[in-house]
Write a protein that binds this ligand. Structure first.
Ligand code: DGJ
Length: 710
């Protein structure tokens, strides 16, 4: 409801409170953190925040508003930057109206000088504790408005949140945690790759020195956007700290004509005083409650068999049918035909754009293979890369002008491919028509939607930069496919984890986490991924014994043990796999199936470990069951490791403890492995005393199962 503007507005969720101060001209986050007691009033918070005049500064420092403004005296990074042909650039807004309904706060402000309206919308989700915040700008004037920047709402960061944890990486090694001390100045990540990127995840965690996985305070922030972005955490000389996340516009790409609006991508935020696992818990709850499409929310995620690392481009119907039989034999439930199935696609040199079945491999189309897959009780999935075209394709020969470019600079091809201009209606229509035809012709229940290059030259035929429009057009195409074929699930893949964010999850159901199936590298990749995403959207496959990216050889036990904690799949040549390896794989798939409802719906508790090891648990929502995974990554500096202290258990309950993976764990002399199975332990003992680990080999692991018996 809209009425007189009050001084403060408070939003509450199960565990958090957010208070916005509307006393001045700009709305400011006064408090965001643990849920406030009923006795706490916003006036108390305001009094506690009393500041004083700084030496050699303004009598009163400018507030860190939701969109901080230069004209208000803020000398940090402004939240909105714009102009009208070089004039009317100095934004100074005043609040015009505020409404608060169902924990959704909408603040409308206007600027006379620049003739804009800003709408800040903040929603604190009661159940998940996740804050979703946007900034919208409308051109209220009568001339064109150049918008250079419009960030999602700015979040003040408490001074004692002195650590910045971010996620960087590269192809084949995404989601690498990078922790630095906050410093005077700005920590800035800018992504101009035209996709979410492998190297600059649009998210950051700021936390205190003491914060670890199970205790301490932190904010987690993530921009749900699959295109160019920037992330900034700045400490100003005044002592104020803030985080700004927003879209990164290319020169001149955002022009608002009179009456037109731009809305920032959604900033998702979580706040905790219970450590980083709890922070992730909030994001996981958000994905489960708000991003998981209802049509698959209660569907069991089937174990995949993916053909890529089994055959690459070397496809034959006979081989694929044989693979399907073996896949079923080891327990796969969905067969995904990866790259190589369409016309002229014998390598990555040709074919992209021509989405017709290669008749030299499949003379009777895909039907014989799909029938065979169905006969083997598996669903059928298909790989596509719609946004791309190879110059060696019928599509490119017919429409060379359909690609993004920055003429007169020469076209840059990467992986022998160019990027289609999705902002053109005819391109959208062509791609929709091709995909729609395939989905109508064949019973395909799953699309692996790949995107194998960055958008280095994001210009359209008229010379305009189209970074923003290209991303919006992709969303539009995905939405169109989804609405025409609601039963088809879609995976977001971009050379592995190059397009993993909450924006793409609005339209997709699974993320291919990384092209690296090296189980040891996967431990770090999956850990970083788990900071924001739950296990059920994390594609995790058992690769071949020798990883094609790292060249490292790892045991089947370890490959299976790492992959089983996500949406599990197999991506190896089963036809060439030895009998014992196949048996171990089969047992691992069976174990995943046995516990997958726990794995794919439980609470993740990452454990704090040395860098030589990694461990986490998944505890069921009611605390009655848990799995804990421990992996020893390298040789230890001591003869034997320490205790593994399980977190997240109910101290007063008794649990039946069993090691469930590997099926026959071995140690070189008598150890815990000989006595633990079938024992009954209190949650308290498991948490506070912990299990003494046995002497283990590097790159080996143990999975414990706990079941409450009282
Ligand atoms: C990159 C993907 O990440 C791989 O899994 C595979 O689908 C290849 N592309 C196929 O070209």
């Amino acid at each position: 409801m809209t009425n007189r503007i009050k001084s403060f507005y408070s939003l509450y969720s199960n565990n958090c409170s957010l208070v916005v101060d509307c006393r001045g001209d700009s709305p400011v986050i006064l408090y965001w953190g643990s849920r406030l007691a009923d006795e706490t009033s916003p006036d108390m918070l305001a009094l506690l925040a009393t500041s004083q005049e700084l030496q050699a500064s303004l009598p009163q420092e400018a507030p860190i508003g939701l969109s901080p403004q230069t004209a208000a005296g803020f000398s940090g990074s402004p939240g909105v930057q714009l102009h009208r042909d070089g004039l009317q650039w100095a934004v100074y807004t005043r609040i015009e109206s505020v409404s608060l309904t169902d924990n959704k706060l909408t603040i409308i402000s206007a600027c006379q000088g620049t003739q804009i309206q800003l709408t800040h919308c903040l929603v604190l989700d009661h159940k998940t504790d996740v804050l979703a915040a946007t900034t919208e700008i409308v051109n209220m004037g009568e001339s064109s408005l150049w918008l250079d920047r419009c960030d999602a709402p700015c979040v003040p960061i408490p001074k004692h949140y002195s650590k910045i944890l971010s996620f960087t990486g590269r192809w084949g090694n995404e989601f690498q945690s990078q922790s630095i001390d906050r410093f005077m100045g700005a920590y800035v990540r800018e992504n101009r790759s035209g996709r979410t990127s492998h190297d600059s995840f649009p998210g950051v965690i700021v936390h205190t020195e003491q914060t670890n996985e199970s205790s301490g305070s932190a904010y987690g922030l993530h921009l749900g956007w699959s295109g160019n972005h920037h992330v900034r955490v700045e400490e100003h000389f005044t002592g104020q700290g803030y985080a700004q996340l927003g879209e990164l516009f290319l020169p001149g790409e955002m022009l608002l004509e009179p009456g037109q609006a731009y809305k920032s991508p959604v900033l998702f935020g979580a706040s905790t005083d219970k450590g980083l696992s709890a922070l992730s818990g909030a994001f996981h709850r958000h994905v489960r409650a708000n991003l998981t499409d209802r049509r698959i929310a209660n569907k069991i995620r089937p174990v995949h068999f993916n053909t890529w690392e089994a055959v690459y481009f070397d496809l034959s119907l006979e081989r694929l049918c044989a693979l399907a039989e073996h896949a079923r034999e080891v327990g796969a439930e969905r067969f995904v035909l990866d790259d190589g199935w369409f016309k002229n696609r014998k390598s990555d040199n040709a074919g992209l754009g021509d989405w017709a079945v290669d008749k030299t491999v499949f003379p009777a189309g895909l039907a014989p293979l799909i029938n065979h897959v169905h006969k083997n009780d598996m669903e059928f999935g298909l790989w596509v890369e719609p946004e791309m075209v190879n110059p060696d394709s019928d599509l490119y020969r017919a429409h060379p002008d359909w690609v993004l470019n920055t003429q007169p600079a020469p076209l840059l091809s990467a992986r022998n491919q160019l990027v289609l201009d999705l902002t053109r209606v005819e391109v959208q229509d062509y791609l929709f028509e091709r995909l729609d035809a395939l989905l109508n012709e064949y019973p395909i229940s799953y699309l692996k939607w790949d995107m194998n290059r960055a958008i280095h030259q994001p210009g359209d035929q008229n010379g305009h930069a189209v970074g923003h429009k290209q991303t919006r057009s992709l969303y539009k195409l995905l939405a169109r496919i989804r609405s025409a074929h609601p039963e088809v699930e879609i995976e977001s893949c971009s050379s592995g984890g190059g397009r993993a964010d909450f924006g793409i999850l609005e339209f997709t159901d699974r993320i291919w986490t990384s092209d690296s199936n090296d189980a040891l590298d996967r431990v770090g990749i999956q850990k970083g991924f788990s900071m924001f995403f739950p296990a059920e959207v994390m594609g995790a496959h058992v690769g071949p014994d020798v990883c094609h990216i790292t060249g490292r050889t790892l045991s089947m036990e370890t490959r299976v043990g790492v992959a089983m904690f996500g949406h599990m799949g197999i991506e190896a040549n089963l036809l060439g796999m030895g009998r014992i390896e196949t048996q171990v794989l089969k047992a691992g798939v069976a174990l995943h199936k046995k516990y997958r409802s726990l794995i794919l719906s439980g609470n993740l508790v990452r454990l704090d470990t040395h860098c030589e090891e990694s461990a986490f648990g998944i505890v069921s929502q009611d605390g009655s069951e848990a799995l804990f995974s421990y992996i020893q990554l390298n040789s230890l500096s001591s003869s034997v490791g320490g205790r593994l202290q399980f977190a997240g258990l109910d101290s007063n309950s008794l649990y039946l403890v069993n090691i469930v993976w590997p099926t026959e764990p071995k140690s070189y002399s008598k150890s815990i492995l000989d006595v633990i199975n079938g024992s009954t332990m209190s949650g308290d003992a498991l948490k506070n005393a912990g299990v003494q680990l046995p002497i283990m080999h590097p790159a080996s692991m143990l999975v414990f199962h706990l079941h409450r018996i009282s």
